[in-house]
Design a protein around this ligand. Structure first.
Ligand code: PLP
Length: 389
């Protein structure tokens, strides 16, 4: 037989990291010493107290069975307790919390729960690719709204045409933002909730980086807006918070009907999150104030300061982020982002992701992930000193 990929699969834009990944692999195969600021995967190991908790949990026979459903009761209660402590938001553990196999899994499946074929879905650009992919798999039609530096990478909600907003069942937001590192205020979330109410659209806010902050003001939850759970859900992840990307655990909170619908999709696709991982994640979320976590909150700004200084020396405009581990750097005037990345790789063996690979609105920027050991960042800075455009 001749095999053809489905139309939906073919409709996906290329994965942003694919091209840069290919070039990186070729350079590594050629024996070059690459410093990789490409992928957003913490270099530090999972905190020891969490690994210990996992060690204990996985020995329990009842944790080794099919987990089924939206999360063990202990996990849902722990998340509700975390939300009450951290955000002052009260959640019903059974109806308003759902465990996910990493937040990406829930994000990608959400459109199957709330979008019909042909409906527009409001998606930011530049953005994390799962919003588009999930939309396309569900037969929805991505309708992008641009984020710009002038508006600090927050959308101009009033610029979204009313007819599109009315027709769209779903809108994605992501703050603190990947790739730009931008953060949102509670006031912005108030406006987003108001927009959702006026146009009858569900807002799905991706808060994967909410606990990775470096400023005094901590990133808010959209659920802190009174009544938000009537029109919003929020995705959270243990991945970046606790250096647990490989463990695959996250959760979604908010509107109970939407959560029930997503749970119904998932019941037909997966069989839940490994219960031992859920138990370990309980220990993680109960211990967000441990010194190890605060040490990370000091480590990233140190890296950011080092790296941004080196970038500015090359003519970039770059400021350390106040949340996320991304430096979103404006390329030197007169250059384009893909060419700048090629140049960095060719001349300094440094990998960054062209902003344009997150959509045309990212052109003119490069995303550097600070998930690189600090001494390697020093080495990168030294290499960059010798560079000429
Ligand atoms: C890393 C990331 C996620 C997904 O993380 P999981 O490991 O699937 O929980 C979601 N959204 C954004 C913006 C991310 O950068």
């Amino acid at each position: 037989m001749t095999f053809t990929r489905s139309d939906r699969l073919q409709a996906l834009p290329p994965y942003p990291l694919a091209e840069i990944d290919r070039k990186k692999r070729a350079a590594i195969a050629a024996g070059r010493d690459i410093i990789d600021f490409g992928i957003g995967d913490p270099d530090q190991p999972t905190y020891d107290f969490i690994v210990e908790a996992m060690n204990h949990a996985m020995r329990k026979p009842e944790r080794q069975k099919y987990p089924f459903g939206g999360g063990i009761p202990e996990f849902r209660r722990e998340i509700a307790a975390f939300f009450a402590r951290r955000y002052g938001v009260k959640l019903d553990p059974q109806r308003e919390v759902l465990a996910l196999i990493g937040s990406k899994e829930g994000i990608a499946h959400l459109p199957l729960a709330v979008v019909n074929p042909g409906q527009p879905v409001l998606i930011p650009e530049p953005a994390y690719p799962a919003y588009q992919a999930g939309t396309i798999f569900a037969g929805g039609v991505p309708d992008v709204f641009k984020l710009t530096a002038e508006r600090r990478w927050l959308p101009d909600l009033d610029a979204i045409p009313a007819d599109v907003a009315k027709a769209a069942p779903l809108m994605f937001l992501n703050y603190p933002n990947n790739p730009t590192g931008a953060t949102a205020t509670l006031d912005f979330f108030r406006r987003a909730v108001d927009f959702a109410r006026r146009h009858d659209v569900l807002v799905a806010q991706d808060a994967a980086y909410n606990e990775l902050y470096f400023a005094d003001e901590r990133p808010p939850s959209i659920l802190q807006v009174p009544g938000a759970s009537e029109v919003a859900v929020e995705f959270h992840s243990a991945s970046k918070t606790f250096n647990m990307t490989g463990w695959r655990i996250g959760f979604v909170v908010g509107n109970a009907d939407v959560i029930a619908a997503l749970a119904a999709v998932k019941a037909n696709v997966d069989t839940g999150v490994f219960a031992a991982v859920q138990e370990a994640a309980c220990v993680a979320y109960a211990n967000l104030d441990r010194p190890e976590l605060h040490a990370s909150r000091r480590m990233y700004p140190e890296r950011a300061a080092l790296f941004c200084e080196a970038l500015r020396g090359l003519g970039f405009t770059a400021e350390p982020p106040t949340a996320t581990f991304y430096v979103w750097a404006r390329v030197p005037a007169g250059h384009n982002s893909a060419a700048v990345c090629d140049r960095l790789l060719e001349q300094a063996n440094i990998v960054g992701v062209p902003g344009s690979s997150f959509g045309p609105a990212g052109e003119g920027y490069v995303r550097f992930s600070l998930s690189v050991p600090t001494e390697r960042i020093r080495a990168a800075a030294a290499r960059m000193k010798g560079l000429k455009w």
